[in-house]
Design a binder for this molecule. Structure first.
Ligand SMILES: Nc1nc2c(c(=O)[nH]1)N(C=O)[C@@H](CNc1ccc(C(=O)N[C@@H](CCC(=O)O)C(=O)O)cc1)CN2
Ligand SMILES: Nc1ncnc2c1ncn2[C@@H]1O[C@H](COP(=O)(O)OP(=O)(O)OP(=O)(O)O)[C@@H](O)[C@H]1O
Length: 296
């Protein structure tokens, strides 16, 4: 997406948010526009309401520039690493994938989840593999020791280039086909001609999101691939859950160690939705333990 288009889109979003500011749960990065909005009283001369359009635009452009350069840095690191180096712990990439997926599969918040949204990993994008997690859900009719039936699984379907994405229910890997970006996605209609269930129309709440990304920090900031799909979707789902009086879902991202960056390295805008926990090959990094408790 072109930088000017991103800035315009973000500016529109900020304008609509200037009265009702929904701030990230994690404290925004000190250099981000988010901090200017989050703490206007600390520096009233730089707060959003007093900024003119040029300041606003320049700050957003600076944030998007930072995001772009961090994205290319992390992409390069992921691509250049030999399989054996793909984790700082010296275990192979597949070792990291197994470690991460085992942590998820053993976690009480995964075991107890009834409905979840998860990404279908794409090897070419060097994403943390989710195939074991998805097979566990799709192949196991019921969790051991639980009376519940199979978990409901919803996966992403990109709608357009305007950050719109749906999450549709699948019941088998056969429900997926590669899209133009070579990511496996569900068709909106199943093989019997029935519309697949859209999570926004589901009668049960989603308790868990398993989220991809390029970079993460230990306070919940996340850098995606630049489409705004997840940020937009998570915001819409948060609103739906509020309107229905449902618990907010637990937001967990999966990350190789090389994708975890220092705090302050990820610039954020108020549109960036922070995650509640991060799973890396070395373990779970809880960020919002309150959100985790609701899943146990
Ligand atoms: N597995 C998976 N599915 C997903 C996402 C994801 O990140 N991972 N998405 C999350 O939003 C949505 C799709 N968004 C995407 C955005 C960019 C690229 C991509 O190929 N980016 C290239 C760079 C392209 C460019 O700069 O022109 C890359 O990152 O290398 C892929 C998917 C929905 N489905
Ligand atoms: N809730 C929202 N409303 C409107 N625009 C949004 C929203 N969330 C993100 N966007 C827009 O999407 C574009 C990409 O945002 P950003 O660079 O933060 O994406 P990302 O975090 O890398 O992607 P993703 O969320 O898909 O992982 C920006 O123009 C941003 O303003």
């Amino acid at each position: 997406m072109r930088a000017g288009r991103l800035v315009n889109k973000a500016r529109r979003a900020l304008m609509t948010q200037s009265c009702i500011l929904t701030l990230p749960k994690a404290s925004p990065c000190p250099t981000s526009l988010g901090s200017a909005i989050a703490r206007p009283l600390l520096n009233p001369h730089r707060s959003f309401v007093t900024m003119n359009k040029d300041d606003d635009s320049n700050q957003l452009e600076a944030i998007f520039q930072k995001k772009r350069s961090l994205r290319s840095k992390i992409r390069k690191e992921l691509k250049n690493m030999t399989p054996i180096q793909r984790s700082q712990e010296g275990i192979s990439r597949s070792g990291s994938d197994n470690a991460i997926q085992s942590i998820v599969l053993e976690a009480p918040w995964f075991k107890s989840s009834k409905s979840l949204c998860a990404y279908v990993s794409c090897d070419a994008l060097r994403e943390v593999d989710t195939s074991k997690i998805l097979s566990e859900i799709l192949c196991n009719p019921a969790e051991e020791g639980h009376t519940q039936s199979r978990k409901n699984l919803y996966v992403p379907l990109v709608e357009d280039r305007n950050s719109n994405m749906r999450m549709l229910k699948i019941s088998s890997f056969n429900d997926l086909a590669a899209n133009s970006m070579n990511i496996l996605e569900p068709a909106p209609v199943d093989c019997d001609g029935n519309q697949r269930e859209d999570v926004m129309q589901a009668s049960e709440p989603v308790d868990l999101f398993i989220i991809p990304g390029l970079a993460f920090d230990r306070s919940g900031r996340r850098l995606g691939r630049g489409g705004g799909y997840y940020d937009m979707f998570l915001k819409k789902y948060e609103e739906l859950a509020k309107a229905r009086n449902w618990k907010q879902p637990f937001l967990v991202a999966l990350s190789y160690s090389a994708q975890i960056v220092d705090e302050g390295a990820i610039a954020v805008t108020p549109n960036d939705v922070p995650i509640d926990a991060l799973v890396s090959p070395t373990g779970l990094i809880p960020i919002n333990p309150g959100a985790m408790k609701t899943c146990d």
